[in-house]
Design a protein around this ligand. Structure first.
Ligand SMILES: Nc1nc2c(c(=O)[nH]1)N[C@H]1C(S)=C(S)[C@@H](COP(=O)(O)OP(=O)(O)OC[C@H]3O[C@@H](n4cnc5c(=O)[nH]c(N)nc54)[C@H](O)[C@@H]3O)O[C@H]1N2
Ligand SMILES: Nc1nc2c(c(=O)[nH]1)N[C@H]1C(S)=C(S)[C@@H](COP(=O)(O)OP(=O)(O)OC[C@H]3O[C@@H](n4cnc5c(=O)[nH]c(N)nc54)[C@H](O)[C@@H]3O)O[C@H]1N2
Ligand code: SF4
Ligand SMILES: [Mo]
Length: 889
């Protein structure tokens, strides 16, 4: 039999030999955003999509796709596709599928009429967007909210996915993006540690998987921490079945060993992090000695120069510690000598304080927490510290425990300790992030403002979310309902949430009429959703069903392509063109690709004439609200797109000469082409031909735009912050809590430890054949693949030790009861050695309900039947595993 490779080549030749036209696109089956090519053929006189392949020009996925990406073709021709606007039949209840077809005009008028009927004020409306909306329509959605006066956006993937975990990384490295900018350079690393991740690499995020495959080929040593033997763990040299929620103990012990054995990269740590900064202890807290400006940003730090033995003053914002405020060279000391004094105080370096803080985090201590033998932890820390390049994967999905921000932060700190930030075999920052950072720094130098969407890393969420939190930014004087709820919670003596960005925190209260702001009710009366499926994707489903069926909600609009479980709860459903059918309104950066590259989608086949692109839908609403000019103006303000160009192109769209999507696209192409010194026509031709245009490779970029080495990062100090000034700021504002300890701390998982024999830790994860619990589980090819592994993919994993005791066999139906919330669900058991005895695992992919999803409705059990509403206090990320369950046959 021929090898897989030979068969692949043969298959490619066969498709190439037929009359197939290849149209570049971007996969929309998950937020890995792989570049693909859609094969299109004339079938009975109709342009028909017949094949999807990876785009080999892509620096991201390098010509590969996963099973979901290939199966994507079926979405276009899914029998269940929404083909026309639908309006709920008068008198029917939300949740019932009882709709009548309508024209777009009728649907829009119906929406406006409902808003009027319920006297919905701008702040009483919330938008909800899924990752599709976030990644591809952020400029349009943000501008819509700002210009229409709606301070409320609930965005995926934030609180149910990346918000808390990413912030942990970002507090150290300064970056931030809605799709994970840090692309670990697996293929050049010699030692790789993964924690709490599976699909983010091996099951599957193609852009990372192709790099990981190279690492395996080269023989890199791979360690995977996971309470169960995941697809990724199966490919590891060592699987460490860590006790759920305790990964941070493992990382703290690694730091303990690395610091004590001197295995850190002393050059990097000294020059580019805040480890050498002098600090003092104040009220039990370590506080760096610094000067700051009126806004609280640091303007100077102090270090002890190793060479001269003098104390020197360093600039407040810089990428390095080797030139002082007077322009003189120095080399800071990581430790000050005993008895060192300065201005009557006895400062030490941050490095010394962190040494002290980690004294107790020994490998033996970590063994008690994690169940991983101390000798193993010690050995791995030493191997890791002695191997270069070594990397800890930054992780992707967070939202599991209260401690996830801290855990991801510790991973970043380890990566910084070995000098692996923006280096070969380490973490590579995206080309887009680097470019934004360079522009931002240039603007700063020239005293020019940067538009919100051009802000790099942490600057973006601080500014964008900051606007939603600040009542003075809105004419009506209301912040987001989430911030209002946090304020109310704090006033009532509770912790509240510091930064409830793009979150549903407080939504239930606002819909129920229980939320107050400035002594008046703050209600939410209307919800407009685009590519969002909260009934399946937010926790728990009962909460969202209650919200959406509330009589206080005047109107619910859902833009989707398929009848999701959420659309059943809408009053108006609007059909979107799918990714194969639509041209996108913008030219985009190539996601987390380390190369600086641009890409977009091209329409491969015609859509149903009744389906619209998102830009056209939002512009339609802006017109109906009478806010078109404001909308155009705001798009220009936040994106930096030329206002005159926008006005001209939108003017043509208003006259019906082109679509709104085309109007924005023309401006976007013109803007990018100008930056590249080519014509818009030439750029369009190039992208149509290649799908992706690489402007500068990562290697070239790193010669002049390496994070830390050349460019300060968007942390308050510009350095890689091992001690976090942002978190220290939270302590000043809110008082101390371990969740925002700026140093090194352990936060154990808050789960019951006194267990009965039928009580377990609960964990979940994704399957290779489904994204989230999305409508793509309905894809017939993917459902067939899922069913091949039905026990494993749809069952509750339980270890035979416990299963025997509880008399449970594979295939038995068991009841799982959440012992914190009382939620219950039934699921089939899968008895396997591949999970820790104290833990059960289920996949998060199944359990859709809408019968119109013919292949997936009723198959498997929905995760959000078991996960309660619990959020952590920094960004209101879900604590979706912080409970135990009882399992009974
Ligand atoms: N139960 C459960 N919940 C989860 C997860 C899970 O695994 N299980 N995963 C979590 C994670 S990591 C994430 S990132 C989020 C993701 O959650 P979402 O961002 O909500 O993800 P999707 O399922 O891709 O998209 C939601 C809706 O968009 C629709 N859609 C797809 N393509 C298009 C399109 O082109 N246009 C429009 N208008 N709609 C479209 C789908 O039909 C679906 O109804 O979910 C989180 N919640
Ligand atoms: N097939 C597929 N691929 C996807 C997606 C998808 O839905 N399906 N979605 C994309 C998106 S948006 C995201 S966010 C990423 C998510 O990808 P990941 O972040 O990799 O998330 P999961 O695949 O759920 O893997 C989580 C793993 O952590 C393990 N785990 C659970 N609790 C613990 C714990 O306490 N400690 C440790 N060490 N491990 C634990 C679970 O057993 C599971 O194997 O995947 C992306 N790629
Ligand atoms: S990983 Fe798979 S589903 Fe996700 S974007 Fe890439 S090809 Fe599509
Ligand atoms: Mo996600």
């Amino acid at each position: 039999m021929s090898s897989l490779k030979e068969r692949n080549v043969a298959a490619k030749q066969t498709t190439a030999s037929r009359d197939v036209e290849w149209v570049p696109s971007i996969c929309n089956f998950c937020s890995t955003v792989c570049n693909v090519r859609i094969g299109v053929k004339d079938v009975n006189g109709k342009r028909t999509a017949v094949k999807i392949e990876g785009n080999s020009n892509s620096p991201l996925n390098r010509g590969k796709t996963c099973a979901r990406g290939q199966a994507g073709l079926k979405q276009t021709y899914d029998e269940g596709r929404l083909t026309t606007p639908l309006i709920r039949v008068e008198g029917s209840k939300r949740g019932e599928w009882n709709f009548r077809p309508a024209s777009w005009e009728e649907a829009t008028n119906h929406f406006m009429q409902k808003l009027q009927e319920h006297q919905v004020q701008p702040w009483e409306m919330a938008m909800a967007g899924g990752w599709t909306s976030c990644v591809f329509y952020m400029p349009l959605a943000l501008a819509f909210a700002f210009s229409m006066g709606m301070p409320n956006i609930i965005a995926s993937p934030m609180q149910q996915c990346v918000a808390a975990g990413h912030l942990g990384n970002d507090f150290v490295t300064g970056n931030f993006n809605y799709h994970d900018e840090v692309m670990a350079d697996f293929e050049n690393a010699n030692y790789i540690i993964f924690s709490m991740t599976n699909s983010g690499v091996a099951a599957a995020s193609t852009s990372r998987l192709v790099r990981f495959a190279e690492a395996k080929k080269r023989g890199a040593k791979v360690i995977v921490l996971d309470p169960r033997l995941s697809e990724l763990a199966a490919k590891a040299d060592e699987w460490l079945p860590v006790k759920p929620g305790t990964d941070s103990a493992f990382f703290l012990a690694m730091i303990h060993v690395i610091l004590r054995k001197g295995l850190y990269d002393s050059d990097f740590v000294t020059k580019h992090t805040n480890m050498p900064f002098l600090a003092v202890e104040h009220q039990g807290m370590v506080v760096p000695m610094m000067e700051s400006n009126e806004q609280g940003y640091p303007t100077a730090f102090w270090v002890l120069d190793q060479v001269s033995g003098e104390v020197r003053k360093l600039p407040g914002y810089s990428n390095q510690n080797t030139i002082d405020m007077d322009g003189k060279n120095l080399l800071p000391a990581l430790e000050v000598p005993k008895g060192f004094e300065m201005n009557g105080q006895k400062p030490k370096t941050i490095f010394q304080y962190l040494l002290e803080q980690t004294a107790k985090f020994t490998p033996s201590w970590a063994e008690q927490e994690t169940g991983i033998p101390a000798a193993t932890i010690e050995r791995i820390a030493v191997e890791f510290g002695q191997t270069r390049p070594a990397l800890v994967d930054p992780g992707w999905h967070g939202a599991r425990y209260d401690n996830i921000l801290n855990t991801r932060r510790l991973q970043s700190i380890i990566q910084a300790l070995v000098g692996g930030i923006d280096t070969t075999g380490g973490w590579l920052m995206s080309g887009e992030y680097r470019e934004k950072l360079m522009h931002f720094l240039q603007n700063m130098k020239e005293g020019k403002p940067t538009p919100v969407l051009g802000l790099p890393g942490m600057q973006f969420p601080l500014t964008a979310a900051g606007r939603f939190f600040d009542p003075s930014q809105w004419q009506h004087g209301h912040p987001s309902f989430a911030m209002a709820h946090s304020m109310a919670e704090k006033a009532a003596g509770h912790t509240g949430v510091i930064f409830p960005a793009f979150s549903d925190y407080g939504l239930e209260e606002a819909v129920d009429g229980k939320l107050q702001f400035n002594g008046e009710p703050y209600r939410i009366k209307a919800i407009l959703m685009n590519a969002a499926n909260p009934v399946r994707h937010m926790y728990p489903e009962s909460r969202w069903k209650k919200i959406l069926t509330s009589p206080n909600l005047g109107v619910v609009v859902a833009i989707d392509i398929l009848p999701s479980d959420t659309t059943a709860y809408a009053d108006i459903i609007l059909p979107n063109q799918n990714y194969i059918e639509r041209d996108e309104p913008f030219v985009y950066g190539a996601g987390p690709s380390p190369d600086l590259a641009i890409t977009t989608r091209f329409s491969a086949v015609d859509s149903n004439p009744n389906a619209k692109g998102t830009a056209d839908i939002l512009f339609g609403f802006a017109q109906a609200f009478g806010g078109l000019d404001r909308y155009v103006q705001t798009i220009s303000e936040i994106s930096g797109m030329d206002l005159n160009d926008l006005k001209k192109e939108i003017g043509k769209a208003v006259k019906g000469q082109q679509s709104f999507t085309q109007a924005i696209r023309n401006v976007s192409f013109k803007q990018h082409a100008k930056g590249l010194g080519m014509t818009a026509t030439k750029l369009e031709q190039t992208l149509r031909e290649k799908g992706v245009l690489v402007i500068e490779t990562a290697d070239k970029l790193r010669e002049h735009a390496s994070i830390a080495k050349h460019l300060p990062v968007p942390t308050p100090s510009g350095r890689i912050e091992i001690y976090s000034l942002m978190l220290a700021g939270f302590v000043m504002q809110q008082g101390y809590q371990p969740n925002w300890d700026p140093g090194l701390v352990y936060i154990p998982p808050h789960v019951n430890q006194e267990r009965k024999p039928d009580e377990f830790n609960f964990i979940y994860g994704k399957t290779p054949t489904v994204s989230y619990a999305s409508t793509n589980s309905n894809n017939p090819i993917l459902m067939t693949l899922s069913k091949v592994k039905e026990d494993e993919f749809m069952g509750l994993w339980i270890n035979p030790q416990k299963a025997t005791m509880l008399n449970i066999k594979t295939g038995d139906t068991v009841t799982v009861e959440n012992l914190v919330s009382g939620q219950k669900a039934q699921i089939k058991a899968f008895v396997t050695e591949m999970v820790r005895p104290d833990t059960v695992f289920m996949s998060s992919s199944f359990g859709t309900e809408n019968p119109l999803l013919k292949n997936s409705a009723g198959v498997g059990t929905a995760l959000n039947k078991l996960v309660p509403y619990q959020v952590e206090p920094v960004v209101s990320a879900f604590r979706s595993q912080e409970f135990t369950v009882r399992v009974t046959k």
